[in-house]
Design a protein around this ligand. Structure first.
Ligand SMILES: [Zn+2]
Ligand SMILES: [Zn+2]
Length: 340
């Protein structure tokens, strides 16, 4: 069956692989659509931490059930999405219910082969009921859950000023979820096209061009001198994350959703006098997926807020490099596997 594999950094290929061989408790799924994520693009570029090659990418999945045993709560023909995180169930994090940061975490399409192929078999426990969601909506559940988890980590109080760094799909989701939690959101990016997109989605948001020299002064002005009570990084850029410490209000929280490979250095006296709280946010929990599905079902968040590009899977090998270009005007690209 057709499979897209990232052979080495920069090389994506259409190859033939064997049909999935399901365990008795697995469901067999026909992949309909795969959202293309920053993780996939970082893996393609060769800058994704915790990554080996060759690897079948793809963890933002919309799929149809082809085969499942009765009594598991799913039916043949039903549309589903997948919670693509496999945890051990026994480590210190799992014992505390923090399965998202399991010591032995295996993310589908990152640590183990993912969903960019015609058919997959997965444990039924990884499936999420997609009733009421479109194929587009289903492929957005995972990135929305990532943002939901980060916003939950931030414990936003109504009226707080939240600075979101990065206006990609995770940043935009974070903006919408922080606003839903009652925050005044400022969003920052070097990509002006993405800032205009945020302004079109929200008349409440304040946008700042991160290539501007006077970011600190603009933030002071926008926050009446207070700076941001919550800073959430959705860039995964070492420079942005380092700068983000300067934008934090006294008593503030800094949440890192984005991930990069290098060490981060910051001024201890500056962080100390703020009594800052630094939090990372990894993957997402079931309640974050549930929240994402609720928001999509209710129409608070719509797929057309994100999906700007559709690519037939057969064209992925030649077009993947173009997705990295800021000039492409992409917010979210999805790969269509329905004909695979
Ligand atoms: Zn993703
Ligand atoms: Zn574990």
């Amino acid at each position: 069956m057709d499979t897209i594999i990232c052979h080495t950094p920069g090389v994506l290929q259409l190859i033939q692989t064997d049909e999935p061989r399901p365990h008795p408790t697995d469901a067999v799924l026909k992949i309909r659509q795969v959202g293309i994520c920053g993780t996939d693009l970082h893996a393609f570029k060769g800058v994704q931490p915790y990554f080996n090659y060759p690897r079948i990418l793809g963890h933002e999945l919309a799929a149809e059930v082809l085969h499942v045993l009765p009594g598991y709560g799913f039916e043949v023909g039903q549309l589903v999405t997948v919670k693509p995180y496999f945890h051990c169930g026994s480590c210190i994090a799992c014992r505390q219910g923090k399965t998202n940061c399991c010591v032995d975490m295996k993310v589908y399409g990152v640590h183990i082969d993912g969903g960019m192929r015609a058919r997959v078999s997965l444990p039924v426990s990884a499936l999420l009921n997609g009733d009421g969601l479109s194929v587009d909506g289903l492929s957005l559940v995972e990135p929305l859950a990532i943002a939901a988890h980060g916003v939950r980590r931030a414990a936003i109080q109504p009226g707080e000023c939240v600075l979101v760094m990065g206006a990609g799909p995770i940043g935009i989701s974070t903006m919408l979820l922080a606003q839903a939690a009652g925050a005044q959101v400022i969003i920052m990016d070097t990509n002006v096209y993405r800032l205009r997109h945020c302004e079109a989605l929200s008349d409440q948001v304040v946008t700042i061009d991160a290539s501007d020299v006077a970011i600190y002064q603009q933030l002071r002005h926008q926050t009446q001198g207070d700076m941001a009570s919550v800073v959430i990084d959705c860039t995964g850029s070492q420079l942005a994350i380092t700068n983000g410490f300067d934008y934090l209000a006294h008593g503030g929280r800094y949440v890192l959703i984005g991930l990069q490979q290098a060490n981060i250095a910051f001024s201890h006296p500056e962080f100390h006098k703020r009594e800052g709280t630094l939090l990372s946010s990894r993957n997402a929990l079931t309640e974050d997926f549930d929240q994402a599905i609720r928001l999509l079902r209710g129409g608070t968040i719509r797929p057309d807020m994100f999906i700007t590009h559709r690519i037939p899977y057969t064209e992925l090998p030649e077009s993947f490099a173009d997705l990295l270009k800021p000039s492409s005007g992409i917010i979210k690209a999805v790969a269509d596997f329905s004909e695979s």
